[in-house]
Design a binder for this molecule. Structure first.
Ligand code: G6P
Length: 489
């Protein structure tokens, strides 16, 4: 676990995210330990160290008020993490319900559905009420920890109501909001029953950021079409007051990976893996087990490749790491069974006594194991059906300095706009093309691999998470000053 409160600037940054960068885990002896949380948001924000940062978020568990809760709060406070404890029922309806069964789906172009199996308490109305209550609770915790001059940076789709809550209580607060998922076309967004409330609340921010220009454009058109506001190149205008909207593509902390690759533990692990995979090409997939990641599509493409290329059958394997995610949401449970079924079928059909084509792991790897895998594999397959950015593609590139491995990347990931020149871009819905991309990646000339890798490596090392945060926060400070000036005149 790293400490969040370092930083070179005197300004304090309060990062507010639904999930803290660590989740609390109860040990056998009853004490609490802290485990790094999964996901792109956490991995990017962990690379930000220029600010004195404190985090506000859900610690991964609910604990009743009392000494036990106090012990966890104290353990988190040592790292400048402030927990938001939400009543489990409210949390379920907010997180599993409104956030992950409604907003997450819609923002990734999965239309709302009428699942008749949903019980009464899971209906949108209850989910929405719980979502509002959860945002209110986050607001209270932020306000308890806020001092004048702090910058408050709200993260992601879980907390779109928070900017309005904060501004209503502290109008001078500097509030930025950043979305880590795509913002969909307004034609999809407008199906959300509470579309206006959500947009109006988030528009109370001083600065709104997205990973790509397209997401920012979709957001602005949602505001113009649904709220009748004016969209300008600067953002959204409502009666002369402007909310600045812009694209700030995120990155990673490449040095964290470079440092890891120098560690003895990682080097030993690399040697072990190279030995185990000797004589074979290895492809890698690292995803949260989420339908947006296109894992079944990736497996089907690999199956097609093996079917069409008998000569490769015992010479290539796919290591697929599927980190369990949102396991209480039925869609995620169904996906898990589907993935297991496809893996079983492919391994049963193409496996031999000495070779298994897919090594599938249903768990999060330790950081040193992950770095070693990134470093030794020949191809990375990122086949998201939609993805805000996808930082696995960045992490793979950062660890590939010697190998110049090939990145096969979905054109529906935000990263396609930044790593598109070096990657092989694919449409994950076209299994035949993806199988062909796998062949291209495995047979690419050394020279082409190195040239493509060079371009991507340059991008990943220049566009880091630190530059992302610096740019956003400096623009937020500027925007806020401009707004103050406007209100004075
Ligand atoms: C995505 C979201 C994050 C989220 C992460 C992990 O990256 O943008 O906000 O934290 O997935 O999902 P989880 O539901 O486990 O927090």
């Amino acid at each position: 676990v790293y400490s969040a409160y370092e930083g070179t600037t005197s300004q304090r940054l309060i990062v507010v995210a639904n999930r803290l960068p660590v989740s609390a885990v109860r040990e056998r002896d009853g004490s609490w330990s802290l485990q790094v949380s999964a996901g792109g948001l956490v991995s990017a924000l962990m690379g930000v160290s220029n600010f004195r940062t404190c985090w506000v978020g859900w610690p991964g568990v609910y604990v009743d008020e009392g000494p036990d809760r106090d012990a966890l709060t104290a353990a988190l406070a040592k790292e400048y993490y402030v927990p938001v404890y939400l009543d489990p029922k409210v949390f379920d309806l907010h997180y599993n319900g409104f956030c992950n069964s409604v907003l997450w789906q819609l923002f990734h172009y999965v239309p709302l559905n009428m699942d008749s199996k949903l019980s009464e308490t899971r209906t949108l109305q209850f989910q929405w009420a719980a979502h509002q209550a959860a945002n209110q609770r986050f607001g209270e915790v932020v306000l308890q920890n806020y001092s004048a001059g702090d910058v408050v940076w709200v993260q992601d789709y879980h907390l779109m109501l928070l900017p309005a809550i904060l501004k209503s209580r502290a109008p001078k607060m500097k509030v930025g909001w950043f979305l880590h998922t795509p913002f969909p076309s307004s034609e999809i967004y407008r199906t959300l029953p509470v579309r206006e409330e959500v947009l109006r609340a988030v528009l109370k921010s001083d600065l709104i950021g997205f990973h790509t220009y397209d997401y920012a454009r979709h957001f602005v058109s949602a505001c113009t079409r649904i709220l009748g506001l004016e969209g300008t190149p600067e953002g959204v205008e409502d009666n002369g007051s402007l909310t600045r909207v812009a694209a700030f593509p995120i990155g990673i902390d490449p040095d964290r990976f470079a440092r890891a690759l120098e560690q003895m533990e990682v080097k030993a692990h690399i040697a072990q893996l190279l030995n185990r995979y000797a004589g074979r090409k290895v492809m890698l997939g690292v995803d949260r087990l989420d339908m947006i990641k296109g894992i079944p599509q990736k497996l089907l493409a690999f199956e097609k490749f093996l079917e069409e290329h008998p000569e490769w059958r015992d010479k290539v394997l796919l290591v697929q790491i599927a980190v369990p995610s949102r396991t209480d949401v039925p869609e995620y449970q169904r996906l898990r069974s589907m993935v297991h079924e496809i893996v079983g079928r492919i391994n049963g059909h193409y496996g031999t006594l000495t070779h298994v084509p897919i090594h599938h792991l249903d768990r999060q790897l330790a950081f040193h194991e992950l770095c070693a895998l990134y470093a030794v594999t020949d191809v990375a397959l990122v086949t998201s059906l939609r993805d805000g950015m996808n930082l696995v593609s960045y992490e793979y590139v950062a660890c590939q300095s010697d190998n110049a491995g090939v990145l096969v990347l979905s054109e529906f990931a935000g990263a396609a706009q930044s790593l598109g020149a070096g990657a092989i871009l694919v449409n994950p819905w076209n299994i035949t093309d993806m199988a062909a991309a796998i062949e291209d990646a495995l047979t690419m000339s050394d020279q082409e691999r190195r040239e493509r890798h060079r371009q991507n490596y340059m991008h990943v090392t220049i566009h880091t998470s630190q530059t992302w945060a610096d740019t956003f926060i400096s623009e937020l400070n500027d925007t806020h000053v401009e707004a103050e000036l406007r209100t004075k005149h």
